[in-house]
Design a binder for this molecule. Structure first.
Ligand code: MRU
Length: 364
């Protein structure tokens, strides 16, 4: 996607060709800057601190982390150590495990001398594949928006949660890919952007990227979505996923479930856009999805830019009040209108997923 007219990916090889540059998402929306990663430890830290985040981008960064490890020491012991360190960074997004498994499956049978080059090539291929998959998600989701436009004749109001745009992937995004496709095709579209407390990925990241691309949007407090749906001001909701179970249950950013409940009560179609590496074929239902519990400081404090332009973090809860911070929730498949994937749109069910991905479903 473009930033001020210049095509950008969230992760790309650096000038020297052995490191990568990633957009530092902890600085957005106030500063657009990149940071260079060239060791497995740096890649792990970037994922842990959420300089990079979003399920597909976490996987892509971890793949490069493995390449950095193979450059430093291509032994079996280091392969295992790097894989374990990267896997421990964030528990919920299954794309992390998928990318590490793909890297390990390729590298382990190779002689140590061949591992570095093979690892870099595979990491680059994972990035390219993610961009291709996400663009296909956009193409497959476009008819949903177009259909709503043709019915109403007006702008289509789309509600989204968290950031499942191009910042969360290598390019295009998942939930926002159909929005970009629609906008670029001249279909009038407007996005209701949930702020997405506690880390505000909606207010900070989704709003930033929609703004840069020129897509009309409005940031709303997380609690506003139900009200807007009751007033008929939301035509469809579309979100991403961090782990989708084989039965179509969807694990995504905390608060997704509440939006799905409100959508269901108001007859608003609720779609989930996901690339196939987000499907955990070993997870029978969402009930067993690992839910990341994050630092309570994310809830008890909030960061923003003050009137002098300085970014500051301030406390918003009383000293001594305990806080909890589950970062993801599970939306049962029955509340999901459809899953938008690179192979098409299907029912959120075991049958729906198996219909689009018979090869994976059989192997699981
Ligand atoms: O904690 P984050 O910011 O990594 O969570 C991101 C999300 O929940 C996204 O919706 C999900 O990863 C899908 S991204 C295409």
């Amino acid at each position: 996607m473009k930033v001020d007219g210049v095509s950008f990916r969230t992760i790309r090889p650096d000038e020297a060709g052995r490191g990568v540059r990633v957009i530092d998402q902890t600085l957005l929306p106030h500063v657009f800057g990149t940071v260079r990663l060239e060791t497995a430890a740096e890649a792990a830290r970037a994922i842990e601190t959420m300089q990079v985040r979003g399920a597909p981008l976490i996987g892509a960064t971890a793949a490069y982390g493995m390449a950095f490890a193979m450059r430093a020491d291509p032994s079996d012991a280091n392969l295992d150590a790097a894989r374990a360190a990267l896997l421990a960074t964030r528990p919920t997004a299954v794309n992390l495990r998928w990318a590490l498994d793909a890297m390990a499956a390729l590298l382990r049978p190779l002689p140590a001398s061949a591992r570095e080059d093979a690892a870099y090539a595979k990491a680059a291929a994972i990035c390219d594949e993610d961009a291709t998959i996400c663009e296909a998600i956009g193409e497959n989701g476009l008819p949903l928006i177009l259909g709503l436009h043709e019915t109403s004749g007006g702008a289509v109001n789309v509600l989204t949660h968290c950031n499942a745009g191009w910042l969360a992937t290598v390019d295009w995004g998942t939930a926002l890919a159909p929005v970009y496709k629609a906008h670029d095709a001249g279909v009038p579209v407007h996005v209701w952007v949930d702020e997405t407390r506690p880390r505000n990925q909606g207010a900070a990241l989704t709003a930033w990227e929609l703004n840069r691309h020129g897509v009309p949007h409005t940031v709303i407090a997380d609690n506003a979505g139900g009200h807007l749906m009751r007033r008929g001001m939301v035509d469809m909701a579309i979100v991403g996923s961090d782990r989708t179970a084989a039965n179509g249950d969807v694990c995504n950013k905390i608060g997704t479930y509440l939006k799905a409940l409100a959508a269901g009560d108001n007859g608003v179609p609720f779609y989930v856009a996901l690339p196939s590496p987000t499907i955990d074929w070993t997870l029978v239902s969402g009930a067993d999805a690992p839910i990341e519990e994050r630092d309570g400081e994310e809830v008890s404090t909030i960061a923003g830019r003050d009137e002098n332009g300085a970014v500051r973090r301030v406390r918003i809860t009383p000293d001594g009040s305990p806080v909890g911070n589950p970062a993801f929730d599970v939306t049962p498949a029955r509340l999901v209108t459809g899953l938008v994937t690179e192979r098409g749109v299907c029912d959120a069910s075991a049958e729906g997923l198996a219909g689009l991905f018979p090869d994976h479903a059989r192997a699981a």
